[in-house]
Design a protein around this ligand. Structure first.
Ligand code: NDP
Length: 485
């Protein structure tokens, strides 16, 4: 199989590919082999300025179009993404190392879902009329202007669309910066949007490291910043945005709890724990990495978990049978290995996995630790890799208290056959995106985002509209103005 993974140019600005090789070269590494498959160049200040100027210039006319016209373009782009799903999935696999079996099902398709959903909503965005006796107020839902999207490396196509689709539906322009580790996919999203009829300048992609992101955030032409990334980066970006009172959406990290009660359906609970820890080799922000298992079901749970993990097909991500791929980078693999070592040193019991695979690329075994206690590093810090921590609990109250004893609040899940308990426990858990007898579903129709240090705002669903538009209220007086003097 040979694919041309080198993009036409590093950036996509004002409706066209743009190259500027004077920026720092960014090697693109295929995680399954460790080999370089492309080179892009970080945006120079001139490229940053070019992208922001194009977005700023184009936005007013885009915002003045009807929502139906804007939506038609987004929905056309959604259809094109679905038609090109195979090629986009192959590229996503090269960019991230995630198995093609995953990317063909999840990445371009969920990006297309976002374009279709927000394309559909665009025509029905309205303000309201508020009658006040003879006088009245009306509200106008207006675009914010130029929005900046900054992405993490785990879902490059999806993140580019989850930010772009609502922004564009509301009449904004966007400058998107992917993670420098996965720079390829967002360029394809830009290309497709323009083929679908998007006016030049409305969706731009520029490459770069954190400093490029930082220069976008502080530019006065930018009205809003939406970041998907870690909590430390979120703090920096949020405070930089605050200096100019910009709008923000922060989709940050987590250490989410998954509570499995004695009465749970064992196979479903094990399946949920696998999905919530090992999909995308564990590189998912909402993962339920603290798996609290009630003592009565613990041994049966660990036994079935180990059995099912032993059937994971680890290998070439392009092979359709492979369902567990490498880590995104050598750096991330080393971070995870370091956590595994800490788990062992702090006394957790390794049930399975724990090693790097002896082959090219950045492969780790799916790893499970049991007898984990709340104070251990692997129970407190986000690992962002295939490492599950299993903690025991006895009572519901105890599990809730311990589950909430974290600075994070992205997700939470519960497995139980007791209907009342399921809803009671989920209501008590401090998290934004929750699951009952399931884990990690993220349909575009549902709000997605975190509480506490895991974030601010929501992506997807109608809720995202509020984060990409603002209301102007207009008071209309029908009679005379009464002034005191
Ligand atoms: P980082 O926080 O390291 O980076 C996120 C993005 O921010 C990258 O594009 C990065 O650029 C950029 N960046 C870094 N510093 C700055 C800065 N000072 N100003 C502006 N931009 C900056 O996250 P990772 O890419 O390592 O992704 C993993 C993290 O993302 C995990 O914590 C994970 O939980 C979280 N995540 C959250 C999701 C959610 O929806 N809640 C979804 C997916 C991931 P560069 O990479 O070039 O340094």
């Amino acid at each position: 199989m040979s694919y041309d993974t080198q993009p036409k140019a590093s950036h996509f600005i004002d409706g066209a590919y743009v190259e500027d090789t004077s920026g720092t070269p960014i090697p693109v590494i295929y995680p399954a082999t460790g080999k370089q498959i492309a080179t892009v160049y970080a945006a120079t200040p001139a490229i940053v300025d070019q992208a922001l100027a194009a977005a700023h210039r184009a936005q007013k006319a885009w915002g003045a179009m009807t929502g139906t016209e804007r939506g038609r373009i987004l929905r056309r782009a959604a259809d094109m993404m679905r038609e090109r799903n195979h090629d986009l999935s192959v590229l996503e696999t090269f960019d991230t190392g995630k198995p093609y079996q995953e990317t063909i099902a999840v990445d371009a398709t969920s990006g297309a879902d976002a374009l279709e959903y927000f394309g559909g909503l665009a025509g029905s965005l309205t303000g309201e009329h508020i009658q006040l006796g003879e006088d009245w107020v009306y509200t106008r839902r207006e675009p914010l202007g130029v929005c900046v999207g900054i992405g993490a490396w785990n879902y490059p196509t999806q993140i580019a669309c989850w930010k772009g689709a609502p922004a564009l539906a509301c009449g904004n322009a966007m400058v998107f910066k992917p993670s420098e580790m996965t720079p390829l996919c967002a360029l394809k999203v830009a290309e497709i949007l323009h083929e679908a009829g998007l006016p030049a300048g409305i969706y731009n992609v520029i490459q770069g490291f954190g400093e490029v992101g930082a220069s976008l955030v502080t530019d006065p032409r930018v009205a809003k910043v939406s970041l998907t990334g870690s909590v430390p980066t979120g703090k920096k970006v949020y405070s930089a945005a605050a200096a100019q009172m910009k709008h923000v959406t922060m989709e940050l990290g987590g250490k989410s709890p998954l509570l499995i009660f004695d009465d749970a359906d064992l196979e479903n609970a094990v399946g949920g724990a696998i999905l919530g820890n090992f999909y995308s080799s564990g590189q998912v922000c909402s993962n339920g990495t603290r798996v609290f298992v009630q003592k009565g079901i613990k041994e049966a749970f660990l036994k079935r978990l180990s059995e099912r993990l032993s059937t994971a097909v680890i290998g070439d991500p392009m092979d359709e049978a492979t369902n567990f791929g490498p880590m995104v980078s050598e750096k991330q693999m080393k971070i995870v290995l370091d956590y595994i070592e800490k788990g062992e040193n702090e006394g957790a019991r390794r049930v399975t996995g724990g090693k790097r695979l002896e082959r090219d690329g950045f492969y780790l075994q799916p790893t499970v630790f049991a007898d984990v206690t709340d104070d251990m590093t692997i129970a407190r810090e986000e690992i962002f890799g295939p490492v599950m921590a299993v903690l025991d609990f006895t009572t519901e109250d105890e599990a809730i208290t311990r589950a909430n004893a974290t600075e994070f609040g992205l997700s939470a899940g519960v497995f139980t056959r007791d209907l009342s308990r399921a809803h009671r426990v989920i209501a008590a858990l401090e998290a934004g995106s929750c699951f009952i007898n399931s884990y990690n579903d993220a349909p575009v129709e549902a709000p997605f985002g975190g509480t506490k240090m895991s974030g601010v705002g929501r992506e997807n669903s109608k809720a995202a509209i509020n984060h990409y538009s603002e209301l102007k209220s207009v008071y209309v007086r029908m009679g005379d103005v009464e002034a005191p003097f």
